[in-house]
Design a protein around this ligand. Structure first.
Ligand code: NAP
Length: 249
């Protein structure tokens, strides 16, 4: 998929990836590594992150992992200091971390909305703010992993869809603000992707889970890395990617 000129785009670049302990974020970390980037893996479950790091270290010994709860402002502040100390500059930031809840407006407690707002909206906003000075110096790239739900809300998804629609707005406004510094901003809208989150969604919907029929995290990761490697004369702003096989009922 990537020609040699494209691959140079990632070679030796420091790439911060939130949600790297699982699903799409983990796949992105592995794909970035394949293309010569240096992943900085972020998540709360340090033991799981360490397993991903072990995999990454086989070809990228400079990669690091960081135990961070993205909803804790102090931890984000510490993280940005650690990243600066360990890497100097950051070239790319890929927001993959996210949480999901399902329920009607009538029944779903507002605390669940707060929880999704904290993780899906506030955390990527603040992490971007912390890393923007470096990304500016590097003419870097920022990716927001959104969701098709962020483009069209469905019954039972008011909270999650609202958080993702807000994330789209942040990405769109940010793009307008930072394009002038040579920073590219991409939103990716995946459909159902095989991951622990999607397995939990199947359970909530009383569906049997067949991961092989869904889009794979590596499919999403490939799309992201391909966009990151586009020549600097172009900017991909939005990508919708969905499973080829459709669920029924
Ligand atoms: N799977 C799908 O069908 C699908 C479809 C469309 C969009 N998406 C979006 O794609 C992204 C990745 O989803 P996924 O399916 O890969 O989910 P996943 O397997 O559940 O992974 C979610 C990741 O987010 C991290 N995370 C959650 N809360 C965090 C917090 N407070 N602090 C730090 N890290 C946190 C988790 O790490 P720790 O638990 O280690 O902290 C984990 O690595 C999400 O934004 C999701 O909304 C998924």
């Amino acid at each position: 998929m990537h020609n040699q000129g494209d691959a140079q785009m990632l070679m030796g670049k420091a790439v911060v990836i939130s949600g790297a302990s699982s699903g799409i974020g983990r796949a992105v970390a592995l794909e970035i590594t394949k293309q010569g980037g240096i992943p900085c893996l972020i998540g709360r479950r340090i033991e799981v992150l360490k397993d991903v790091l072990l995999e990454v270290h086989k070809s990228m010994p400079d990669a690091q992992c960081y135990e961070v709860d993205l909803t804790d402002d102090k931890e984000l502040d510490n993280l940005s200091k650690q990243l600066q100390k360990n890497f100097g500059e950051i070239d790319m930031l890929i927001h993959c971390a996210g949480v999901f809840a399902m329920g009607t407006v009538e029944a779903e407690p507002v605390e669940r909305l707060d929880w999704q707002y904290q993780t899906n909206v506030r955390a990527p906003y603040l992490l971007t703010q912390y890393l923007l000075p470096s990304l500016r110096r590097q003419q870097g790239q920022i990716v927001f992993v959104n969701s098709t739900a962020g483009l069209a809300a469905k019954a039972g998804l008011s909270q999650y869809a609202a958080s993702k629609a807000a994330l789209k707005s942040i990405a769109d406004a940010l793009r307008e603000e930072v394009n002038q510094y040579g920073i590219r901003v991409l939103s990716v809208y995946p459909g159902r992707t095989a991951s622990p989150m999607q397995e939990a969604i199947h359970e909530m919907e009383n569906r049997s889970y067949d991961s092989a029929r869904l889009m794979q995290p590596s499919d999403v990761a490939e799309v992201i890395v391909h966009a990151l490697c586009m020549p600097r004369t172009a900017e991909v702003t939005d990508i919708t990617v969905r499973p080829m096989a459709k669920l029924h009922g």
